[in-house]
Design a protein around this ligand. Structure first.
Ligand SMILES: [Zn+2]
Length: 391
């Protein structure tokens, strides 16, 4: 069997063939560090953690990078409100992000890459776009000229904004050639952080951060890019436009993976809707942080999940039962991984990372009288390398 995964770029289930057999390069859009992560973030990052763990379990050597947007309008505004330096505020919330992820068992990221550590790469990318006449200068910065990139829209199937698209920067300037054009480099404003450059002193646009980081870390093309669904347009579309224009190579990313939203009372949980719960608010109300993870294991990463405290309580109970069963098996001898169950487990994983079915298999195994307690325990602990429940 081989791994099959749904690729947003083709709109189809595809067989996974890494670009290089020696390493699978995975990049996932990380947080803008101006506030605490909410449960919607927890869902996305847990599900990509499961994907990274699955790839490793299947034998791939994965290098997983998540970016940290540590310079942004939202950070500057929040820092002003709190009367601190934007960089200090960003470091504080980055620390909270990493701590929260660890509590949820999300430990598979190899590197958190801060945008501000890649400023020279960002400047170089904008310079190359200008040299290729793909970018132009107006009064407040440099913009990408979308009309010059004929493939614009190939990921999302559209080229204009809809309600619900994640927009981190309002790149509105009436001097733009086309309303869809997005900012690459913002010129310095009074009392804002900025960096000197040949383009003029300023700071990066949002979309260019990711392509600068991945070009530096992975090169111009890589295997997998993930994020929540609201990043498909314009963010990921803009990344493709930037990097394919710079390198002239296609595709920039071979497989695009997008996670479904977390809903609360049938509505997407988001900062902009104000209906969110932070991870920390929820952790105050439960005993085991991993039960939040267990809850996310119950839905396939591409589908939306519903959050309620009742569902969380049910997850916590189920996790408690599972942990108890595993820890109470008094086994003296080490067992072996049950071959038949392992084959089924791999089959579920290879079917577009079907974690809910893989988890259901654990329960089937638990009740199976044909398998000895030693082997059950060893098998479930082996499966937990993917599930990350800390059994
Ligand atoms: Zn991103």
């Amino acid at each position: 069997m081989t791994l099959k995964l749904y690729n947003t770029l083709s709109g189809q289930l595809e067989e996974f063939k890494p670009i290089s057999p020696s390493e699978v390069r995975l990049f996932v859009c990380g947080p803008t560090v101006y506030d605490l992560d909410h449960l919607g973030h927890a869902k996305t990052y847990t599900q990509f953690d499961l994907i990274a763990r699955t790839l490793r379990y299947l034998g791939y050597n994965v290098r997983y990078i998540q970016n940290i947007t540590d310079i942004d309008d939202k950070i500057i505004v929040r820092a002003r409100e709190k009367n601190v330096e934007p960089s200090i505020l960003a470091r504080e919330y980055e620390k909270y992000h990493v701590e929260d992820m660890e509590k949820l068992g999300n430990t598979s990221v190899d590197k958190y890459a801060r945008a501000t550590d890649y400023i020279s790469q960002i400047i170089s990318q904008v310079e190359r776009l200008v040299a290729k006449d793909m970018a132009y200068k107006i009064s407040d910065g440099y913009y990408f000229d979308v009309s010059k990139f004929s493939d614009y829209g190939k990921l999302s199937g559209r080229n204009s904004l809809k309600p619900g698209d994640a927009i981190s920067r309002i790149d509105e300037n009436p001097e733009k050639r086309n309303p869809r054009d997005f900012c690459l480099w913002k010129f310095k404003k009074e009392n804002e952080p900025s960096w000197p450059s040949s383009l003029g002193e300023g700071r990066p646009g949002w979309h260019i951060e990711d392509t600068a980081i991945t070009e530096a870390e992975f090169g111009p093309q890589y295997d997998m890019h993930g994020g929540a669904m609201d990043l498909i347009f314009p963010h990921h579309e803009a990344e493709i436009a930037q990097m394919e224009s710079i390198s002239g190579r296609k595709p920039f990313v071979k497989y695009w993976l997008h996670a479904g939203f977390l809903n609360i009372q049938s509505e997407k949980m988001s900062k902009s809707l104000g209906n969110f719960l932070t991870i920390r608010q929820v952790l105050e109300q439960i005993v085991s942080p991993i039960s939040i993870r267990y809850l996310f294991l119950l839905s396939h990463y591409r589908t939306p999940a519903n959050f309620s405290f009742e569902a969380l309580e049910a997850a916590e109970n189920a996790l408690g039962k599972l942990s108890k069963a595993v820890s109470t098996w008094q086994v003296d001898t080490a067992g072996i991984v049950d071959k038949a169950y392992k084959a089924k487990f791999v089959e579920k994983l290879e079917n577009d990372f079907n974690i809910p079915q893989a988890l259901a298999l654990v329960w089937t195994l638990l009740k199976d009288k044909e398998v000895t307690p030693e082997n059950k325990k060893t098998t479930i602990l082996d499966f937990d390398k993917v599930l990350g429940l800390g059994l």
